[in-house]
Ligand binder design. Structure first.
Ligand code: TRP
Length: 344
């Protein structure tokens, strides 16, 4: 066999991403994912789903799962995703994800999956008791992306390795089934380090839904009073804010709060410092609290409104799922033909 250079994909640009319905969303998800999705929908054809198939790789209460899915969808829309612009849907409502995932299970190599660090972290010491789904999780993720022939995938730094696996699967499929350029080799759109939101209690840990302290994070459903209280209680140091980014970088908590301010205000950290250098947290925190309440309280309010009328939300998801199926079905039909299945 001769090794030929891979043929470039020539289809249209398309964005795809998803969030698992396995816990409440917080400021980190909002700035790192939701705001980004909202911006992209104006530039590229955008598909954003709720990753409920991924969620069940660890136990989910069946009585709660559908509502958790609605909550993520409500957060998407409350953050500005427009169902008339972006395609918003639950993953499990589009069976093509699972079907393509099986075929990809037969393309991906055990050695590739054995290298996945997230599986190692999540399975911990008792790998043999993890679900098989947790192990093949990144293969399903590749199917999510490639069933829509998505070219750009906005994700956090922690998903970079899964994106590399997706690229490997796309390349091997194109090669093995003699279909040059059939699947795109998608590019991750990784958030810059500045967009990483850290815990309000510990500037060296990521803001996380699993942190036992609720004061470590601002949840999207927090009330205005909660948001203000959490900002005011955030851990800081006694020094006033510095003049330069370099000095700020040595003070994790101060850096985090300035970063949050900058992201919410649509400014750079340098611009925030230009305004607040020399001022103490007694001045900065109330300003940040006001800005955070102003930006986030309406998101929570809209979420509660949407969740108060599940019929409307469910209709949006049903319509999104239909649009998603229309996009996914032709890819799967072509894949089945390439693989050589009967009747394809
Ligand atoms: N694994 C992603 C996360 O935990 C969620 C996800 C599933 C995803 N499928 C995807 C993200 C496809 C981007 C594209 O964040």
């Amino acid at each position: 066999m001769t090794d030929q250079a891979p043929v470039a994909y020539t289809g249209p640009a398309r964005v795809l991403s998803g969030v698992q319905p396995s816990g409440a969303l917080h400021l980190g998800n909002y700035l790192g994912a939701l705001v980004k999705f909202t911006r992209l929908q104006h530039e590229i054809d955008t598909f954003i789903f709720v990753a409920d198939l991924h969620a069940i790789t660890v136990w989910q209460d069946p009585a709660a799962l559908a509502q958790q899915t609605r909550e993520i969808a409500a957060a998407y829309i409350a953050s500005g995703l427009d169902p008339d612009k972006a395609t918003i849907f639950p993953q499990s409502a589009v069976r093509e994800h699972a079907e393509l995932s099986w075929i990809f299970n037969c393309v991906a190599r055990l050695g590739w999956l054995d290298r996945m660090t997230q599986f190692k972290e999540k399975s911990g010491k008792h790998k043999e008791r993890s679900s098989v789904g947790l192990y093949t999780y990144p293969v399903l993720q590749a199917a999510d992306i490639l069933v829509y022939k998505a070219t750009h995938v906005p994700v956090g730094e922690d998903q970079k390795q899964h994106l590399e696996l997706t690229r490997d699967i796309a390349g091997k499929f194109n090669h093995d089934f003699n279909a040059p350029g059939f699947f795109p080799i998608p590019d991750p759109l990784i958030q810059g380090p500045g967009a990483r939101v850290m815990s309000l209690r510990d500037g060296s840990a990521k803001m996380s839904k699993s942190d036992p302290s609720d004061y470590s994070r601002i949840n999207l459903t927090d009330t205005a009073d909660d948001i203000a209280a959490k900002v005011k209680k955030a851990r800081t140091d006694p020094e006033p804010l510095p003049e330069t980014i370099e000095e700020l970088a040595t003070r994790a908590e101060a850096d985090n709060l300035v970063g949050i301010f900058a992201a919410l205000a649509g400014k750079t950290k340098a611009e925030v410092l230009a305004e607040y250098a020399g001022k103490g947290f007694g001045t900065f925190k109330p300003a940040l609290a006001e800005l955070a309440v102003e930006s986030l309280a309406p998101v929570g309010e809209r979420m509660r409104g949407l969740l108060g009328d599940p019929a409307v939300l469910d209709a949006i998801l049903a319509k999104g799922a239909e649009k998603a199926r229309e996009a996914a079905a032709p890819t799967l039909a072509e894949v089945k033909k390439l693989v050589g299945f009967w009747g394809a």
